[in-house]
Design a protein around this ligand. Structure first.
Ligand SMILES: N[C@@H](CCC(=O)N[C@@H](CS)C(=O)NCC(=O)O)C(=O)O
Length: 260
């Protein structure tokens, strides 16, 4: 499977057919890692194009209409930049293994948990706002290019209220931990039903925002690892069960080492 998700130039991707996925270079961005992981579990081959986080990415934006990642472009269909749309597309291209439950109640639960992780004002969104708030002082003294990238990201995703963001992050960690414990008490190893769903994948990938996988599984430079590593004791404690769950989901289902 070594050609799964081959990296190509933008020009090659634009002129190709099939599935193309825009991915952020060099960081374990959870939306991107979740999209890559969904394609991995479903064994959907595709081409990957690099997006540079915080940069202008003009030609890429012209093609996809979005200066962010992931974006999935399938054949001549409109580009899809939202996590739920990307999941639905993957499910259509390769219905098996299904990552969206067939049962309507389980499906609604799965999308609810996924939204708490990936949606606007969810875990990832608020974790990013916390990062912005914490990085503000260091960024004031950073080289121009880094500061401009940071300012561009902040304009895109908002400056937000760090106190509220901390509360939202904690609250989603609580929701998922309760859910996991309930599921384990009824004998399931997964967040919804008895098999792997996209919610498990999102949860595993978004835990990188608390503690990335170790270096042999997730190669990062020191600065990026520090950026992604959470030190707030309340958040670290609240994520303990979910980090162990993440390790199991990666070990049992996802591509290791990660290719960033
Ligand atoms: N639009 C996506 C979220 C994408 C997103 O937030 N991507 C981030 C991190 S993976 C990104 O591209 N950041 C870099 C940038 O905006 O330049 C969704 O709702 O699923």
């Amino acid at each position: 499977m070594d050609i799964h998700g081959r990296y190509v130039s933008l020009a090659d991707a634009v002129h190709a057919q099939g599935l193309r996925l825009v991915v952020t270079a060099g960081i374990p961005g959870p939306w991107v890692e979740a999209a890559k992981s969904i394609l991995w579990v479903k064994r959907i081959d595709h081409l990957r194009v690099h997006h540079q986080a915080g940069a202008v990415n003009a030609p890429l934006t012209e093609w996809t209409g979005a200066n962010s990642a992931p974006v999935a472009i399938f054949e001549d269909e409109p580009p899809r930049a939202g996590w739920a749309e990307i999941l639905a597309l993957a499910e259509r291209i390769a219905p098996l293994p299904a990552l969206i439950p067939a049962d309507e109640r389980d499906r609604a639960t799965m999308f609810g948990l996924a939204h708490a992780l990936c949606g606007e004002d969810g875990f990832g969104w608020n974790k990013r706002l916390l990062f912005f708030a914490r990085a503000e002082v260091a960024m004031a003294a950073a080289p121009d290019e880094a500061r401009e990238g940071f300012d561009r990201m902040r304009r895109k995703y908002g400056a937000g209220d760090a106190y509220r963001a901390h509360g939202r992050v904690l609250s989603v960690l609580g929701l998922l931990t309760d859910r996991l414990r309930e599921q384990m008490a009824r004998g399931s190893r997964y967040l919804v039903g008895d098999t792997l769903t996209a919610a498990d994948i999102y949860c595993a990938c978004f835990m990188a925002m608390v503690r990335p996988l170790p270096q042999d599984h997730c190669r990062l430079d020191d600065a990026m690892r520090a950026t992604y590593t959470e030190h707030d004791p309340a958040l670290v404690e609240a994520a303990a069960d979910l980090l162990a769950f993440r390790d199991r989901i990666y070990a049992d289902h996802l591509e290791l080492p990660m290719r960033l």
